[in-house]
Ligand binder design. Structure first.
Ligand SMILES: *Cc1c(COP(=O)(O)O)cnc(C)c1O
Length: 402
């Protein structure tokens, strides 16, 4: 009976072409990877799907740093941060990141988290108390949406990047505490939020601006410090959540904010307090990630990404202009996230399957992750892709259309 109930739900999901399934990677995260598919067959695939934008996940210096961390600190942290799990490796990482954010946030302090999901829940639920009101972009990441659901505050959505609607909502609000929440780079669209304008509204209406920089950290800004460096922003209203499992190539996350905000999170954020601290070896190795991001390697890889993006965009634009009947469009994105919006769920999954048959893994993204009727291929670029890799994607897309 219970099983039948769930089976009926699974059947409904399948009937809408919405079933998700796992693949099993059998080699390190990289542009080319050995992957066992749902059919049980292992193939080498050219991956246009990871968030490892700088190609650091398989970087030998990072692996060596992790091994060194394990030698020094052993395995697990053994407890939550506030009990006994907070090691000197965590503290050093936090202090280093705080220095990165000092130009952007007065009295900047950083708190480390196990995942970005937890960090977002922490900030929104801790600050979004019953006296607060939250204003959230309609395309924000699921973890921000879940934060809004869990928070005691009333939460409102404004249409994607719609400053006029946000302004009207802020104007109408009588809440004592206002929180504007936005992805910095929208994860399924690749566009960059109008952060200077959002900060302007935050100043005007005395609000906090919470920026989720999951896809900007490491990628945006001259030294890879993310969206705040990209826009040269500075304010004590800024609260930034960064993840360390994407461009930083490892795992974990952090919140950067004014010292008082961090002190409060330490007292009030349940997803910080009631979870085991990440292994100190990971925090130790993240120092190497930061070295790579801000050093010559990072600068070169960010430059390669920009070249690859231009090549991909030009190629797709040419393809679409010769096939206007398809009704597909390339999202307006200046980041390594380059979605090709196809429309229907079945159509996008057919296209993704066709590409996979040809040895390319480009995930189809369907509702509810994206709006209905806007299913898309989420193409992501990685600095370790070659020009030939991008050309192969373009050529394969071309044959898939014919
Ligand atoms: C991936 C992602 C997160 C979650 O970060 P994890 O460290 O993977 O938990 C949060 N926000 C956005 C926009 C993301 O893309």
């Amino acid at each position: 009976m219970l099983i039948d109930h769930l089976q009926a739900k699974l059947d409904t999901i399948a009937a809408q072409d919405l079933t998700r399934f796992l693949r099993v990677a059998q080699s390190p995260t990289a542009a080319k990877q050995l992957v066992r598919g749902a059919d049980g067959v292992t193939r080498e695939l050219l991956m246009f799907c990871s968030n490892d934008y700088l190609g650091l996940a398989a970087e030998p210096r990072l692996g060596a740093a992790l091994a060194e961390g394990a030698q020094v600190y052993g395995g697990g942290s053994g407890a939550s941060h506030l009990i006994s799990g907070h090691s000197i490796a965590h503290e050093q990482l936090e202090q280093r990141l705080a220095a990165w954010f000092a130009p952007h946030i007065p009295q900047a302090r950083v708190l480390g988290f196990s995942t970005g999901y937890m960090a977002n829940l922490a900030v929104i639920t801790a600050l979004g108390d019953s006296e607060a009101e939250i204003f959230s972009d309609a395309l924000n990441h699921a973890s921000l949406i879940d934060g809004c659901r869990l928070a005691k505050a009333q939460a409102r959505r404004y249409a994607h990047a719609d400053l006029a609607e946000l302004r009207a909502q802020l104007q109408a609000s009588t809440a004592r505490l206002k929180l504007i929440v936005s992805d910095a780079v929208f994860s399924m669209d690749g566009d960059i939020a109008p952060l200077p304008d959002l900060l302007g509204l935050a100043e005007e209406f005395d609000a906090w601006l919470i920026v989720d920089d999951a896809h900007g950290f490491g990628v945006l800004g001259e030294r890879g410090r993310g969206a705040l460096e990209h826009f040269q922003l500075r304010s004590e209203r800024l609260i930034v959540v960064g993840t360390l499992g994407k461009a930083a190539g490892l795992a974990g996350a952090f919140v950067a904010a004014h010292d008082t905000v961090i002190q409060y999170l330490l007292q009030a954020a349940r997803t910080y307090i009631f979870t085991t601290a990440s292994p100190p070896a990971v925090a130790h190795a993240l120092q190497t990630s930061l070295d790579l991001i801000e050093g010559e390697a990072g600068a070169q890889r960010r430059a390669s990404l920009i070249d690859l993006q231009a090549r991909l965009r030009n190629g797709v634009a040419r393809l679409l202009s010769s096939h206007p009947q398809l009704g597909w469009r390339l999202a307006a994105s200046e980041t390594p996230v380059q979605p090709l919006i196809v429309g229907g769920n079945a159509e996008v999954m057919r296209l993704a399957a066709l590409l996979e048959d040809q040895g390319l893994r480009v995930p189809g993204i369907r509702p509810p992750t994206v709006p209905k009727g806007e299913a898309r291929l989420r193409i992501t670029l990685c600095a370790t892709h070659t020009v030939a890799d991008v050309d192969r994607l373009l050529a394969t897309l071309e044959t898939a259309i014919q």
